[in-house]
Design a protein around this ligand. Structure first.
Ligand code: COA
Length: 247
């Protein structure tokens, strides 16, 4: 049976989904109070569900918003994994794989995975954060050798001098040469999302220089790499995303 890809977007935890209606009605102070409550609730849930190395990594993130986004992403990932495996989230132990540090419950960075009651859970996972959102991909009971990577990008974050030189191959730079303004940022983000999805799938991440990875449409040797439209991810239309699923 072909392995089935599941993609889920989880919204910024600070902004409730019906925030547009709420925002008009709430004063700034009430809004801040609501955010404090949400942050407290997330802290409580994190302490209850996340593992020691995950909490330790969260403590090492000094910027509060980045720390909140880290915790929100790890909670969303664990809940998705538990729902797909039909087990309580507390039965899972985070087990990451880093190309330098190895694999195990003591590793809190790299390719995500879980142990289920001590054995590797039959699940491929990938995670990306952009503009406060968490994008998750999963495959339950994957075929042997299958690997997965997902990435989301905010085009606004590609608006800096030197992006093309560091990130793009010569062919990609040529392809973007006629573009400017919003279309240039959109095209940069599209290529960047494809590269990161691919490099998460291979597991090397940015240890592989991104300007050596050609991801133009039709590029050779990138079977399983494709763009993900907002209708498939649930992300806002201004964000771009890509997934790589191959062996
Ligand atoms: C993977 C990478 C490209 C993602 O960078 P990013 O754009 O900043 O972040 P994103 O939000 O898109 O993705 C973050 C997620 O990527 C995943 N990830 C990190 N390294 C990964 C790897 N080697 N393979 C697959 N997935 C990886 C994790 O799930 C991470 O989530 P976490 O913060 O909850 O741990 C980048 O983090 C990277 O290159 N990491 C590897 C660097 C490395 O190996 N360093 C050695 C450390 S000892």
């Amino acid at each position: 049976m072909a392995s089935h890809l599941v993609v889920r977007a989880s919204p910024p935890f600070r902004v409730p989904q019906d925030s547009e209606n709420l925002k008009g009605a709430l004063t700034r102070e009430l809004e801040r109070e609501l955010e404090r409550d949400l942050a407290r609730e997330m802290e409580r849930e994190s302490r209850a569900l996340l593992d020691g190395p995950e909490l330790e990594r969260a403590r090492s993130i000094t910027q509060p918003a980045a720390r909140d986004e880290f915790l929100a992403g790890r909670l969303a990932q664990r809940k998705l994994a538990a729902a797909l495996l039909d087990v309580p989230a507390s039965d899972l132990t985070a087990c990451y794989s880093c190309p330098r540090c190895g694999t195990g419950a003591h590793v809190s960075h790299g390719r995500p995975g879980y142990l289920l009651r001590g054995a590797p859970a039959p699940l491929l996972l990938s995670l990306s954060r952009a503009a406060g959102w968490t994008l998750l991909a999963a495959v339950v009971d994957p075929e042997p050798g299958l690997r997965l990577g997902i990435d989301a990008e905010d085009p606004a974050r590609t608006d800096f001098e030197g992006f093309d030189a560091v990130v793009l191959t010569p062919a990609e730079r040529l392809d973007l040469a006629g573009l400017s303004g919003a279309s240039l940022l959109q095209a940069r983000a599209r290529l960047w999302a494809r590269k990161e999805a691919w490099l998460k799938m291979t597991g090397t991440g940015l240890q592989t220089a991104p300007d050596t990875v050609d991801v133009l449409a039709g590029g050779k040797g990138r079977t399983g790499l494709r763009d993900l439209p907002p209708a498939e991810t649930g992300l806002p239309a201004n964000l771009v995303a890509a997934v790589a699923l191959a062996d």
